[in-house]
Design a protein around this ligand. Structure first.
Ligand SMILES: Nc1nc2c(ncn2[C@@H]2O[C@H](COP(=O)(O)OP(=O)(O)O)[C@@H](O)[C@H]2O)c(=O)[nH]1
Ligand SMILES: [Mg+2]
Length: 322
């Protein structure tokens, strides 16, 4: 039986959900217990990742997609993760202004995430928030993340459909896309198509896809899906319906090809591994604090070569269960 807080979250109560998310952020054990109560009621939301370089227009696209989804009667959650610019200054203000049209809409819940030192990494914090939104009854949860670094790639593992946002006129941006984002993209949006060079960017992406296919295909995604490339201009709304349709096609493809479950298993694996990592690391660090004076002291001794980190790590790991 869910407790009072879980009941309120399940009923879609925004204040209870917001408080729960804050408590999760603060690492309160009671909050995790509420999450466990909510768990049987989750698994219904469709999660869409939006990833790409800062300034590529992810928040603007999210805003447009929200409007599109709301017009279709869907309840929407948004998780904005931006480690390069924690949402405390301009970014959060920008996001609020951009999405404020939806601020009074009860069918939309937007959460900007701080990126304090989560032991489980960003992906765990984001996964927890996605779970709360899922329990609240959001049909679709958009997860916005800056596409640089492993943490963000990990966040993408939470999504059923990953949209990689590129912009024209940035060769380097396409290069960055190539590095890891090409692997995780289910759909490409070439945003700012109102600017010169959009066709060129589409062409470049297509070429990279051809190259990838010629050199052995997309590792890890396990399907014959060819990620479509959609031109968008979030500023005017151009191409947004196409983008929403491409996301919907990918979702239909996952279901028709029996891949939805594989994706869900992959999402569960990512979440569970992050949980384990957090728990084990917290436990090990507690031990370290109690027995060795903590991480800083140990690091100093390792740097001075008075402590062997290999033996210490082995020894600590070996005693974690005790
Ligand atoms: N010209 C043009 N500017 C855009 C477009 N989409 C977003 N922008 C602008 O690009 C800037 C960054 O957008 P934002 O959504 O915050 O990008 P994010 O950092 O990826 O979330 C803002 O000034 C937007 O107004 C577009 O389609 N065309
Ligand atoms: Mg943004």
């Amino acid at each position: 039986m869910p407790g009072a807080i879980a009941e309120r979250v399940l009923a879609g109560d925004v204040r209870s959900a917001a408080r729960l998310m804050r408590d999760l952020d603060d690492g309160r054990p009671e909050a995790r217990a509420v999450l466990a109560e909510l768990f049987p009621h989750t698994g219904r939301a469709y999660v869409v990742g939006l990833t790409g370089a800062p300034g590529s227009g992810k928040s603007s696209l999210a805003d447009r997609l929200i409007a599109q989804l709301r017009a279709g009667g869907r309840a929407v959650g948004v998780v904005a993760v931006d480690p390069s610019s924690p949402y405390t200054g301009g970014a959060v203000l920008g996001d609020r202004i951009r999405m404020q049209a939806h601020a009074l809409d009860a069918g939309v819940f937007i959460r900007s995430m701080a990126t304090r030192g989560h032991l489980g990494g960003l992906s765990l914090a984001a996964a927890d928030v996605v779970a709360v939104m899922d329990a609240m009854g959001k049909d679709v949860v958009l997860v916005e993340t800056v596409g640089v670094g492993q943490d963000e790639i990990d966040v993408a593992a939470l999504a059923h459909t990953v949209v990689v946002v590129a912009v024209p006129g940035l060769g380097d941006d396409v290069q960055a896309t190539k590095a890891g984002l090409l692997e995780i993209a289910d759909v490409f949006a070439v945003n700012k198509a109102d600017r010169e060079g959009a066709d060129r960017a589409v062409h470049d992406l297509r070429q990279m896809q051809d190259l990838q296919r010629a050199t052995g295909g997309r590792a890890g995604r396990g399907s014959d899906w060819e990620p479509p490339i959609v031109k968008t201009a979030a500023i005017s709304g151009l191409g947004i319906a196409d983008l929403a349709a491409a996301i919907e096609r990918h979702r239909a493809h996952l279901e028709a090809a029996g891949l939805r479950r594989a994706r869900d298993v992959g999402r569960a694996r990512a979440h569970f591994l992050a949980l384990l990592r957090e728990r084990l690391l917290a436990r090990a660090l507690e031990r370290l604090a109690a027995e060795q004076g903590g991480l800083e002291a140990v690091s100093g001794r390792v740097a001075d070569r008075t402590l062997d980190p290999f033996s210490l790590a082995d020894e600590l790991a070996g005693r974690l269960g005790a």
